[in-house]
Design a protein around this ligand. Sequence first.
Ligand SMILES: [Zn+2]
Length: 333
Amino acid sequence: MTLTPEQALEQAALAGIHCLRIPTPFAVGRVNCYLIEDEPLTLVDTGPNSGKALDELESQLAEHGHSIDELELLIVTHQHIDHLGLAEIVVQRSGAKVAALGIAAERLANFDEDAEAEDRFAIDLMLRNGIPEEVTVALRSVSRSFRGWGSHVTVTNPLEDGQVLPFRDRTLQAIHRPGHSPSDTVFWDGERRILIAADHLIAHISSNPLLTRPLDGSDQRPQALVTYIESMLKTREMPAEIVLSGHGEPIVDHIALIDDRIAKHERRKEKIYELIAERPRNAYEIAQAIWGNVAVTQAFLTLSEVIGHADLLVNEGRVWVGNGDIICYEAIE
Ligand SMILES: [Zn+2]
């Protein structure tokens, strides 16, 4: 029998996993962090670096009879600032160990330099895909203004894909599920069939596979949507009963959700194919044809969407990438 989201939260709480909803200044709203009452006493993600988030983290921990200085382990699910911004403060106050995907450790440690490099990568990508320069300039200043909500994170317990973390009352297996970001890691309690999935799966919004530099530091653009669909198909095979997300309510039927998301990507891909078949277009033109003139802050998001689906079409051999200063997609007859 499928649980309701409320029952799923209750069941997680009975297993000592408590959802803490921490405010963020971002459009996504609150971020879900999880307190795991076990040994070690563990927090999964922290919320962004703001006084408001810190106050809420403290008061929500207190509701469960705990405080920041008691925390013994901090798990970081992925590289996005709404999930890790308070990491430095939490570690300073508690001395907690920090577990995160080992191949992401360098990136997490060099937050500022990494954010700069990420901006340069995004601007280059936007210009090469037809986005006007003034939009990229505006986006860069937005991105800089967001940085204060982040933090660098020193990973003390680097995790391998598949590594099992032992607790007194449970084990959690760390599983790399890249796509939404290159460092997305989910944590699996096979005995209770609970998956802590962060932003890998979100019930009410599709997790944007944002174009991001690969973790190995190379400048090769990864195929984020292709990777994300592969990751979702792997998660689909897991016998999860409860999926705890990074935003919104728990997911109680992950197979239906994944099937729905994949069908949606399929439809969008066909729509983009029709636009390219009509005439060759660059990614910015495709985005405008679908969404019109979007807000500046949405420009990179929509570009990631278009390029992600165009990658699928290129891999299927239905579209090719034309030469030129600006990347142009053309249909193969
Ligand atoms: Zn995220």
